[in-house]
Design a protein around this ligand. Structure first.
Ligand code: MG
Length: 348
């Protein structure tokens, strides 16, 4: 089994192994002496893995129930959280009891937020089942929900006490969701690890996904440990995200997946870096080729002006500038404060 130890305020382990989901009960028992467990999942993932997880917990003596919400980002709302609170209270859960988040990013964000706030905070365990959640959102302790005015506007930092990653869950994912996660995997290579980038170029990532996942969560772990509340280094994780987020917004979060938007954003910003002679020549082309290999888009019809306009309206609160993440070269990244008024020229 691969183990990545995360030394945040309350340290925890990320365990990676095929078939691990069936051992949830014993793994949870090793970190928790709660008597009750509420597994929170969505209708897609619950139908496939819900019984395995619940039975494994029951076999270890946990009094276990499962809360299932309808799958989809549109349900990442406070009234879903409210239903979770009621369900947990009706089950007489105390402060000593435990939430298990079983699913992709939406489930992890919401179950984590319910755990962060129920009785002012109870423990939770993450079992991320999408590639994106495994390599990205299961590390860092961000939890939350969307409100009408924007995504993830309400939330809390709450670290899990354990993360269980079973790469076999990827076999039940539609292909779009695999490439979605690859956007973030490629990002890690770009910002911190040229060797990872080369491995992704030379091999099929899905043949060695256990190893790739361990490398990605280790990179994120290192960054988050040094910057738990997101002030400095953690910004590097936003490579490709500033422009990507604008693209997601242009398409109302429906036309492009997160990973697709990040892929386009990474290529655009690398090209901009090359034009400004900040980024080694040829980097953008390598990123583009790698994204294509993993079936990610690398360009979009939206104009630099459209994208810059959205950034401007997004970043109003932080003043007249935006921190762009750029590459010196593949594997070596930095942030550059850029005035919003110059953004269109920079990326155009
Ligand atoms: Mg992301």
């Amino acid at each position: 089994m691969r183990t990545v130890r995360v030394n945040t305020n309350t340290p925890y382990d990320i365990l990676i192994e095929r078939g691990l989901i069936a051992k949830t009960g014993e793994l949870v028992k090793s970190v928790s002496n709660s008597s009750k467990v509420c597994v929170i999942t969505d209708s897609n993932v619950g139908a496939i893995y819900g019984n395995t997880v619940v039975n494994s917990l029951k076999n270890e003596g946990f009094d276990t129930v499962m809360f299932t919400f309808e799958a989809g980002e549109k349900n990442k709302r406070l009234d879903t959280i409210s239903a979770m609170y009621s369900y947990m209270a009706d089950f007489n859960m105390s402060r000593r009891d435990l939430v298990v988040a079983l699913g992709g990013g939406v489930t992890g964000d919401m179950a984590g937020f319910a755990a962060a706030t129920y009785m002012r905070g109870i423990n939770f365990v993450q079992i991320p089942t999408s590639l994106l959640a495994q390599v990205d959102s299961s590390v860092g302790g961000k939890t939350g929900v969307d409100i009408e005015q924007g995504k993830n506007l309400v939330g809390a930092f709450h670290q899990p006490i354990l993360v269980i990653i079973d790469p076999d869950t990827l076999s039940t994912l539609p292909e779009l969701y695999l490439s979605d996660g690859m956007g973030e995997v490629i990002k890690y290579g770009c910002i911190k690890d040229e060797k990872l980038f080369e491995t992704l170029e030379n091999e099929n990532a899905f043949d060695i996904i256990d190893e790739i996942t361990e490398i990605c969560v280790s990179i994120k772990r290192d960054v988050v440990e040094r910057d738990e509340k997101e002030s400095g280094e953690r910004m590097l994780l936003n490579f490709g995200h500033t422009l990507g987020h604008s693209l997601e917004k242009i398409y109302n979060f429906e036309g492009l997946s997160h990973g697709q938007a990040v892929a386009i954003g990474m290529v655009m910003i690398a090209k901009a870096g090359e034009r400004a002679e900040l980024t080694e020549k040829g980097s953008a082309e390598r990123i583009k080729k790698l994204c294509e290999k993993y079936r990610l888009p690398t360009s979009d019809n939206a104009s630099a002006k459209d994208i810059a306009d959205i950034c401007r309206s997004d970043k109003k609160a932080s003043g007249g500038s935006v921190n762009l993440v750029l590459l010196h070269k593949i594997g070596d990244s930095f942030t550059k404060k850029t005035e919003l008024s110059k953004l269109e020229d920079f990326i155009g």
